[in-house]
Design a protein around this ligand. Structure first.
Ligand code: ZN
Ligand code: ZN
Length: 409
């Protein structure tokens, strides 16, 4: 593998397909020290595309730990307003946002889960105004990931550090289609395919989906006027951009009060830097009334106490078992990848844009139609080679969507 050449292709994919940066626009790159080799290439591609300015915003895992370990108690209910204001000023000034994650999946494993939850709650409350810019397509944004040493070690514990990093890069390039001759063209085709399923599901407006698999027998009614989404999004100016690279899902909004039955996660979940494994839920009238977890029970419990909506579903997503990520055959220990390996549902907030007229409706109107509200949005994976999904039309007509984990058409 020619790492340098692939980095170049990855950077180009992020700028052209991800953000779709236009001449005269600004770019914010968020990343840590590990991301510098890729961030520099991205900066190069951004200026080549005509960026007016590229700003690198630095974050650091060690510093995050210092804050948790040394900060006084009140620190964790605060989030600096000027940070939100600065970002808002940049967004208003036509800056778009690329997040490069080089994560440590167990960074917070020795930090009190309650503290983490409080801190995240303060951050999401404070950031609500800027989230609005991204949710409504005013600001284009993209999340990509690159291997860090702790991440590579967690995926390939049996390999040496150097081998683990190299191997994880290979898998990242496969999963993002960067290993293909022309990744930008490959993404155009992939996007067309996602749009095909999306249009079909939107035309049908199915009443409910029934998921069956090992440990799973769940009935999920869809929200009134739910909208299936997937692939590229369109900004307010009409530019298409891809918020997650990779993405393999088409997804929509379940009815928050009409979910019944059992569901078992098929992959572990990294939650606030902690791992939750072998877990599942029982839903009654939309609410997770019971749950179990072999590992990380407490952090999951705490997470669901965030607010009232944290125990209800806000997303259901369909991903074929036969897709580049799933075909890598590994668990990435990273939601960006693992959620795209598999069908999933999310606890917490529904996306307004996954509802008809969603961005024009108030939260009350959306709730009325069944869209859940919460400060959290946490995906967990439920897909796999044995998952079957049947869709029901309003008149009771059944259509088998998934068989043995894949689309039937
Ligand atoms: Zn999703
Ligand atoms: Zn999600």
């Amino acid at each position: 593998m020619d790492l340098n050449k692939n980095l170049e292709k990855y950077a180009e994919l992020a700028v052209r397909t991800g953000i779709n940066l236009k001449e005269g626009e600004g770019l914010i790159i968020a990343g840590n020290l590990d991301t510098l080799p890729l961030a520099r290439k991205v900066m190069e591609k951004a200026y080549e595309a005509g960026a007016k300015h590229v700003e690198f915003q630095f974050n650091d895992d060690e510093m995050i730990l210092i804050r948790y370990n040394k900060g006084k108690d009140f620190v964790f209910d605060n989030y600096p307003k000027w940070k939100v204001d600065a970002l808002e000023a940049m967004y208003k000034d036509n800056y778009h946002h690329l997040f490069i994650n080089a994560p440590d999946p167990e960074l917070l494993k020795n930090i009190d889960g309650k503290l983490v939850a409080r801190s995240q709650k303060a951050a999401s409350l404070a950031s609500a105004p800027i989230m609005q810019y991204r949710m409504t397509g005013f600001t284009k944004w993209t999340i990509i990931a690159m291997p860090s040493l702790p991440w590579a070690r967690s995926v390939f514990p049996e390999l040496s550090d150097a081998e683990a990093i190299e191997k994880l890069w290979e898998k990242v390039f496969e999963a993002t289609r960067v290993d293909q001759e022309d990744p930008i063209k490959a993404w155009e085709e992939h996007d067309k395919n996602l749009k095909k399923y999306k249009s079909y599901l939107n035309e049908k407006q199915f009443d409910k989906l029934v998921l069956k698999g090992p440990g799973t027998d769940l009935e999920v009614y869809l929200a009134e006027g739910h909208l299936w989404m997937g692939g590229s999004k369109e900004s307010q100016k009409g530019d298409s951009y891809v918020a997650n690279i990779p993405t393999e899902e088409v997804f929509t909004t379940p009815h928050r009060l009409k979910v019944n039955g059992k569901i078992k996660a098929t992959k572990p979940l990294s939650l606030n830097g902690k791992l939750v494994d072998n877990f599942g839920f029982e839903f009654k009238d939309g609410k997770a009334v019971d749950f179990y977890a072999e590992k990380g029970y407490e952090v999951l419990e705490k997470h669901m106490e965030n607010d009232e909506g944290a125990r209800f579903l806000g997303e259901i997503a369909l991903v074929p078992d036969d897709s580049p990520i799933s075909n890598t055959g590994i668990l990435f220990n990273n939601t960006l990848f693992d959620e795209n390996a598999s069908c999933h549902v999310a606890l917490g907030r529904a996306y307004a844009y996954a509802m008809r007229d969603g961005s024009k409706s108030t939260q009350e109107e959306l709730s009325e139609r069944g869209a859940n509200y919460s400060l959290i949005h946490t995906d967990f994976m439920v897909g796999g080679p044995e998952l079957e999904i049947t869709a029901y039309e309003k008149d009771g007509t059944q259509v088998k969507l998934f068989e043995k984990g894949n689309w039937t058409f």
